[in-house]
Design a protein around this ligand. Structure first.
Ligand SMILES: *[C@@H]1O[C@H](CO)[C@@H](O)[C@H](O)[C@H]1NC(C)=O
Length: 130
């Protein structure tokens, strides 16, 4: 009996450390990533995936947005990569990379521009398409 609180804590830690992330209750709010078409006219086609999920193909008109919501895992390995197509262009970008993005809050906003995506915030962080 004396040991049971310790056992309880030990099993809790085991569950936290080794439980599969998608079955854990959410310990922190879900993250929403929003992408706004700022290409200056063209219709944008966005297709985002993670290792486990295919979020499908979405058509995003000029100056409108597409967003998705997910629960990042506790190991900072969550990765969502997207393809962006317009006119005859096809570009790829990791729109959520936990190592880069996980500490930037639960609402992350990007603008999709001709030269690359920009992450909004106190400091705007722009990337060039590869
Ligand atoms: C992203 O947009 C939402 C909705 O407009 C806003 O509440 C939030 O503060 C924005 N976050 C950043 C980091 O710009």
């Amino acid at each position: 009996m004396r040991n049971s609180p310790k056992l309880y804590v030990a099993s809790l830690i085991m569950v936290l450390l080794f439980g599969p992330s998608h079955e854990l209750p959410p310990f922190w709010p879900a993250t929403t990533v929003t992408m706004t078409n700022k290409l200056g006219g063209p219709l944008l086609t966005v297709h985002c995936k993670s290792k486990e999920n295919d979020l499908g193909v979405h058509m995003v008109a000029a100056n409108t947005d597409y967003f998705f919501t997910f629960q990042p895992n506790i190991w900072k390995s969550t990765l969502f990569f997207c393809s962006f197509q317009w006119n005859n262009q096809v570009k790829q970008f990791d729109i959520f990379d936990a190592m880069r993005d996980q500490d930037d809050g639960y609402k992350q906003n990007w603008t999709i521009r001709l030269y690359g995506p920009c992450k909004l915030g106190k400091k705007v962080n722009c990337f060039l398409w590869k």
